[in-house]
Design a protein around this ligand. Structure first.
Ligand code: SAH
Length: 355
């Protein structure tokens, strides 16, 4: 096949994805492996048409509150893994968290995302108390949790206390690859079971994966897309892997913005109504990462609402953005950046229409 033939084949697969929303594993692999700049441009045009049809030019914002960096896990890629003894560990109190929400509400946020490491201090009882307090004080806001793997009963209690949504990236679908990124105590199958549990309970579920994580192949990404097809989540978080200096993967190459935005475009075609963030990690590796994400089909940004003094302590990867346009205080700057490319940030819960 000539390069021209290959490009035509990739464009034909993009058309097929757009029309049928279903590809098999070898089609996904080819679509990812054989991509070209021209095919990517074609994908982004279609992806933007789809997102404009579903969501117009609105961008939803979520206020991210990183409320603990204690973690019992030891994921090989993550800067706050248990074995990293250089990290200054912190936990926000209920009052701290409520103060973040108040500030966020004032700025126009109507979704709060509580994210943290897997911190045993936050028992169901303590988390339910915090959730109920936020629910009572901000009845018009959505509350998202992102606190890792817990039991069905625990997820149910948190849901009954008032949490509406849950973010748990599957990280990578295939068990062998998952095993190369995580210690033996963690498994792909348990991670996926958690996602099915969350869905069954009634959460709006977000999953996702890192792009360019160590040892990742196009086949791994194909499996990720097939998993998304089956799970049909309301949100998909995709960002590049970025090495952190104090982890076993410190010398591994990071993921690229090019492949990350390509994957965003593919997800927009696969799940037209999905909520798709242009992630902090994408904004970290390239100055115009947010804009490129939106132009590839993303429709959510998640500025940081954590207290300034803890932001440097929640370093999942090196050089993580935490101030400036990335931060909630920089919302005006972010607004004007979005306006420049023809999009506007709205004050709304921004529920998925994928229900
Ligand atoms: N403990 C929670 C939150 C994890 S942090 C949980 O288990 O879900 C949120 C996400 O950051 C992770 O799911 C992972 O995909 C991403 N992340 C962690 N380390 C990273 C790195 N070095 N580069 C890019 N993304 C990373």
């Amino acid at each position: 096949m000539t390069p021209g033939d290959r490009e035509q084949k990739v464009k034909a697969l993009i058309d097929k994805l757009c029309l049928t929303r279903e590809l098999n594993r070898s089609e996904w692999t080819e679509l990812i492996r054989e991509r070209t700049p021209a095919a990517a441009e074609y994908l982004f045009e279609l992806a933007q048409d789809v997102r404009i049809r579903c969501y117009g030019r609105d961008i939803y914002i979520r206020g991210l509150i990183e409320f603990t960096n204690y973690c019992r896990n030891d994921c090989y890629y993550c800067g706050i893994r248990k074995s990293n003894t250089d990290v200054l560990r912190y936990r926000l109190t209920k009052e701290d968290i409520l103060a973040c929400c108040e500030e966020g509400y004032r700025l126009g946020f109507r979704t709060f995302v509580l994210q943290g490491g897997e911190d045993g201090w936050f028992t169901d009882e303590r988390l339910c108390d915090i959730i109920a307090a936020i629910r009572a004080q901000f009845p018009d806001c959505a509350l998202t949790l992102s606190v890792g793997e817990r039991s069905y009963d625990s997820y149910k209690r948190l849901y009954d206390a008032g949490a509406d949504r849950y973010l748990l990236r599957h990280e990578t679908y295939e068990a062998g690859h998952y095993g190369r990124l995580h210690p033996p105590a963690l498994s792909a199958s348990h991670r996926q079971k958690c996602l099915w549990d969350l869905k069954k309970i009634g959460y709006q579920v977000g999953t996702g994966f890192m792009v360019g994580s160590p040892y990742q192949t196009p086949e791994n990404l194909a499996d990720d897309m097939l998993f998304l097809t089956r799970l049909n989540p309301q949100m998909v978080g995709i960002g590049p892997f970025i090495p952190h200096h104090a982890t076993p993967f410190s010398h591994m190459p990071g993921g690229t913005a090019e492949l990350t935005v390509y994957m965003l475009g593919l997800v927009r075609l696969l799940l037209p109504r999905v909520l798709l963030p242009a992630t902090t990690a994408l904004g970290t590796i390239t100055e115009d990462g947010r804009e490129r994400g939106v132009l590839a089909g993303a429709n959510v940004v998640m500025p940081n609402l954590s207290p300034i003094q803890v932001r440097k302590k929640y370093l999942l990867y090196d050089n993580k953005l935490g101030t400036g346009d990335e931060a909630a205080e920089g919302l005006n700057k972010l607004k004007s950046r979005m306006e420049k490319i023809g999009y506007h940030i709205v004050v709304s819960r921004g529920d998925s229409q994928n229900i």
